[in-house]
Design a protein around this ligand. Sequence first.
Ligand code: ZN
Length: 512
Amino acid sequence: MTGGLITGIVALVAAVAVVAPGASAGSVRAVRASAASSPASAHLIVASTTDPATGGYWLTATDGGVFSFGASFEGSAGGLALQAPVVGMASTVDGLGYRQVASDGGIFAYGDASFLGSMGGLPLNQPVVAMAAMPDGNGYWLVAADGGIFAFGDAPFLGSMGGRPLNRPIVGMANTPDGQGYWLVASDGGIFAYGDARFQGSTGNLVLSSPVVGIAPDGQSGGYRLVAADGGVFCFGAPFAGSAVGLLHRAAVSIDEWASGYRVVSTDGSVYAFGGAPFLGSVSVPPLVGQVVTIDPGHDGGNGSDPAFINQTIDGGGFAESCDTSGTSDVNGYPEHAFTFDVTIRLAATLSAGGATVVLTRSNDTGVGPCVNTRAAIGNAARSDAAISIHGDGGPSGGSGFAVDVPVPVVSAISDNRTIVAPSGALGNDVRDYFLADTGLHVSNYAGVNGIVPRADLAGLDLSTVPKVLIECGNMQNPGDTSVMEDAGWRQRAAQGLADGITAFLVQREVP
Ligand code: ZN
């Protein structure tokens, strides 16, 4: 699931990370760079750029990190505290310099690429999404999502979509070889051509299964190619040599060209090379970078000490529910809240190691609350890509096994969970499958069907606006279940099963 997988598209060449210390920075915002290029990034890759002198390439990450493959490393913004994420990059014609652009229009220039002005600090109607550079090295353009063009140095302003209505946002830009024209591309594949850039077709009239995310000119044919997030490549006036559909683990983000070939790059730093463009290496970004997961360990250690708080009535989404309970405990006195918190800490560590941003609804096992509606609100406020509540059941002593509660559509005066029902179901299936495989515990023999229980009566699911499930990891009233739930090694496997299920769900959703 990590980056760097190439499946025999072209001859593979050993990764070459060219590292050069120092850099001459010509920007008021650029700082002499010290970051070395590396094959690993803790941030998503956002752009790729061909070295026009060698056919090598650079990848750049949202934090400004630069990764060089068969191209000269001249510095990066990777060590800076950026005001806004880097979104684009363009090189000079000799390959001995390049510029990065951030979404606020800030420019970072390295090597022989000069700083000629930026939009950093100036108000923008829409964020900058891409850049292109003059072949003479003395100018560049920035393009914003609304189609606004900002030209610097000797880069000519030849027209823009700024101020005109767009069906879809602009996502990319490419210039012609002489720098006297450029194309803009929107996420629906619509093409806007200016100057000597010829319109040779678009996907604007097609129904795409996946949005367009980038454009690259073809220097030999004068045409251009578009890439969609699923790795699909659309060629206009330029030869087709293959696509990355079905190969990606994360969404495609960029396309660059060389010798009538091209490379598709995905956010995890994988590089897929076609035609004459060589593969020279890739970047490894952990699979969950950019993903937010909220973990809700059921109950809390202090709940029993504050019945007035815990028994207060909350709106669970059209019905009255108590704030929370103290939870159950097993025959040996092992409390549910301790179990859920222990599994949560293990799960958080595993997800964090995969690059995820993890949010917890409580940070210790000695407090009171929060109420179940607040727990849902925490996951919502974090804009979680997935959320999970962890429990141990207090079921009939003769019943055993684990079960995953999934939401059904519930609309109330304060909530509407309909959009999360389908993805939550998918999340529930993945969690069920991996929990089963990793723990060896069977699915519940007293609740639900095949380990899945649709529930309309849980505030945590009714009030969620993000994909969410609740797992009863086992029945704490059953001697067989508690014998494993009390075992730290089993709880680690339980956390691994939850992490694997959540990861499978998130990665599957990544390639649109
Ligand atoms: Zn519980």
